[in-house]
Design a protein around this ligand. Sequence first.
Ligand SMILES: CC(C)(COP(=O)(O)OP(=O)(O)OC[C@H]1O[C@@H](n2cnc3c(N)ncnc32)[C@H](O)[C@@H]1OP(=O)(O)O)[C@@H](O)C(=O)NCCC(=O)NCCS
Length: 505
Amino acid sequence: MSDSKDIDDKATQAGTSKTSKSDGKKPAKDGEQGQNKMTTKMAESLLEMNPALKNEMAGMDKGKAAEILRNLDLSDLLTGMSVGGKNQKDMASYKFWQTQPVPRFDDKEESITEGPIKRIDPAKVSKEPDALVEGFEWSTLDLTNQEELHELYDLLTNHYVEDDNAMFRFNYSRSFLHWALMSPGWKKEWHVGVRASKSKKLVASICGVPTELRVRDKKIKVTEINFLCIHKKLRSKRLTPVLIKEITRRCYLNGIYQAIYTAGVILPTPVSSCRYYHRPLDWLKLYEVGFSPLPPGSTKARQITKNHLPSSTSTPGLRPMESKDIDAVHDLLERYLVKFNLNQAFTREEIEHWLVHKENPSQEQVVWSYVVEDPETHKITDFFSFYNLESSVIQHPKHKNVRAAYLYYYATETAFGEDKKALKERLLMLMNDALILAKKSQFDVFNALTLHDNPMFLEQLKFGAGDGQLHFYIYNYRAAPIPGGVNEKNLPDENKMGGVGVVML
Ligand SMILES: CC(C)(COP(=O)(O)OP(=O)(O)OC[C@H]1O[C@@H](n2cnc3c(N)ncnc32)[C@H](O)[C@@H]1OP(=O)(O)O)[C@@H](O)C(=O)NCCC(=O)NCCS
């Protein structure tokens, strides 16, 4: 690690780096709409993530290499398989991850017994963290303290996930961090920071909150890991493995031996991979900031008209969710989520925390939840929610940020019948209303992944394919691959649903 003084003295200016690695959690840009082929850019970035494949293709003619890439099974590419199936090189190139209890790329599918990879003996878990290099020290963040919450906010605002071209960077608000990191059962020790010893400046973070997951027929206690971030001046110095080992140790000490995490980068080994989709709400602004392209042959006016939404919603009985709806929503959501191979097992307290917005004039709203109450029976038949995650637009003369609504949890009674057409129609109506409500709340874009039953409505509701992929990982757990809602062409596919039922922030 470099001299901590460097960090202390010159707190880097936000957003000047052009070299940051991007991440599928990123404020990804709108890709080619309606494409049925992998774009060159996607192929290139996949190649970057797959060292063995890159080596194999190194000597090839460019055109031929591109052709081979386009014809390869995308899921193989995504899980690091090489053309000739020589995957040892892939694992070997992950110096840290190959030492961890995670599935290998070359694990054989037919031999998978689902469950923990390594039994942890709590007595053997070190009571002390590994030492950091000189000049830096561990710090447990107290996020109930506004100053420390602000420090984390500041680190993330300047150094967290950017898109490939360093045009956008996630800007999680303080109220978002409060919401995301202080969910029921949260533990202070899982808000891990690294500080420069002299100045005490926060230079890295990794955080977790506890929850329960269902992986097919098994229920497991996990930590949801998020906000891994390293100051730009401390990159490529192998600090990430140290952070991961430290939060793992702290989880083990609390008797939690599994974790769920997502990333845009390929690591050994995704249990599932979903694709980002984006529905412009303010197309012109998205165009001006460089998020949405003007498709060849179209005009600005045509794009604006295409993305126009009605001014009022159409689902009868739709209204904002209130505290009195918690039990009904909990019951509906649990019944809906168990359809999916990988899903979150919510408690009542979690439903309240994650879904009910509590009015507080000093805090920005983070989550928007709506229910459909049957006008006659007063039963809650449907609900949907989205959360607010802004991205800073880096160095733009006119726009400072893009306000993105991310589709969060939803459920509908129509999902329990046999009639797939009815479910599709219902989702089209509900999600169109979600778009209208997000537009009314001044969001610029509505983002969704190909998880849950989303492939049923994404394309019809004019979501465009993004250039970001989100890979799901479970630490210290082996599970057979779970479909991510996309087919071999990386397009939403109703035959690939039923896999991912968890939304990670
Ligand atoms: C992601 C980030 C922490 C990686 O830091 P870095 O300085 O590039 O990498 P380091 O030298 O510290 O560590 C490299 C190791 O971390 C692994 N790694 C990189 N990104 C990772 C991620 N998102 N999750 C888990 N491991 C990751 C690498 O694979 C490598 O391990 P390997 O040898 O087994 O392949 C840093 O780039 C960053 O803060 N980026 C902006 C925020 C971000 O993208 N966070 C991740 C959100 S999922």
